[in-house]
Design a protein around this ligand. Structure first.
Ligand code: NAX
Length: 333
């Protein structure tokens, strides 16, 4: 057994956390030999609900949990933390403009970024799930300058898992045989789920499925899957989102297998192999070794894919500009 690590989940009284906490405490993310101090952050009105979650965690009798700390205080939550799942965010309410949503979230992710900067370990790994996930991750990193930008990532793994499931069903394959389908760009309706480098049992997806399906129905099905779940369940994706968050952090912690890449939203470095502008949080295919991700170069980007990458890049640049305007206005107060 290794020394316990401190893990924080924000939005801990919410529906994604309800599934995610089980997976973390059960050893599905950090392995069956890693003890965990689990810290649960939510806002004051949710403390009653959170108490119930704490009771249930206790009643699960998880052998890996050494302590569970419910709190509303970011300083308590982030002190010496090793891994953070930022799940809590301001939801979009009816009639809310995108600008208002971004502005409400800038406030949340500014406070959390500053607290991470002050209290967290400098090698803390941060996954942002709360929407708009990519831009929230960017803001959080902006307010945590003492922590490397590489340590802030946004979740597009749910979109990748959805894409793999669609292809597995389409060709009638076991999902374990589907590899290297990637999500490019934003976790939003402009994301580009891309099969052009994917394989099923070693055969190119493009040889198994016709191009018109891959460029049309497949793309829109993945882009709109979240809305389809809401329409059916009357609530947004939760179990699948939690599973994706667990997959994302497990791969970051343990590493990816050779030749089997995953999608992660990362702060774009200056010289990235796909010519995406520097300084936005963009989803790329990455591989992970020794807890460090790197963008996998060399995947083919045809004209269709490039046009899709341009659309999602434009949206992310606009989100960044709007969010930074809120940050700058805030700085002047
Ligand atoms: P819930 O509304 O069930 O839970 C959110 C929780 O966050 C609530 O308990 C709320 O009190 C808490 N919260 C709000 N502000 C907070 C703050 N400042 N500090 C700590 N906690 C705070 O939402 P849930 O279904 O769990 O979804 C959480 C987020 O995930 C949403 O923003 C949602 O849009 C986003 N999603 C992101 C996905 C992705 O692939 N990146 C997919 C699933 C999901 O839609």
């Amino acid at each position: 057994m290794s020394e316990p690590i401190k893990v924080v989940v924000t939005g801990a009284a919410g529906q994604i956390a309800y599934s995610l906490l089980y997976m973390i405490a059960n050893g599905d993310v950090f392995g069956k030999n890693q003890k965990i101090i689990l810290t649960l952050l939510d806002i004051p009105p949710m403390m009653g609900v959170l108490e119930g979650v704490v009771m249930e965690l206790s009643d699960c009798a998880f052998t890996l949990l050494t302590e569970v700390i419910p709190t509303t205080d970011v300083a308590v939550a982030f002190k010496d933390v090793s891994v953070v799942f930022l799940v809590g965010a301001m939801p979009r309410r009816e009639g809310m403009e995108r600008k208002d949503l971004l502005s409400a979230n800038v406030k949340i992710f500014k406070v959390q970024g500053e607290a991470l900067n002050t209290y967290a370990k400098k090698d803390v790994k941060v996954l942002v799930v709360g929407n708009p996930a990519n831009t929230n991750a960017l803001i959080c990193s902006h307010y945590a300058p003492s922590i490397p930008k590489e340590n802030f990532t946004a979740m597009t793994r749910l979109d990748q898992n959805r894409a793999c499931a669609q292809i597995a069903q389409k060709v009638g394959s076991d999902i374990t045989k589907v590899k290297n389908l990637f999500i490019w760009g934003n976790h939003s309706a402009t994301q580009f789920p891309d099969c052009s480098n994917g394989t099923v049992d070693g055969k190119p997806v493009t040889d198994l499925v016709d191009a018109s399906y891959l460029e049309n129905e497949f793309v829109t099905t993945v882009q709109k899957r979240g809305a389809a779940v809401i329409a059916a369940r009357k609530m947004s994706s939760a179990m699948s989102a939690a599973k994706a968050a667990a997959d994302h952090v497990r791969d970051w912690w343990i590493g990816t297998q050779s030749g089997n890449y995953v999608s992660m939203g990362v702060v774009t470095p200056k010289d990235n192999p796909y010519n995406v502008p520097e300084g936005i949080v963009f989803s790329f295919p990455v591989e992970i070794k020794n807890k460090q991700w790197s963008i996998v170069p060399g995947f083919k980007i045809n004209d269709f894919a490039r046009s899709k990458l341009d659309i999602t890049t434009k949206e992310l640049l606009e989100e960044k500009e709007e969010a930074m305007a809120v940050c700058n206005a805030d700085a002047k107060i």
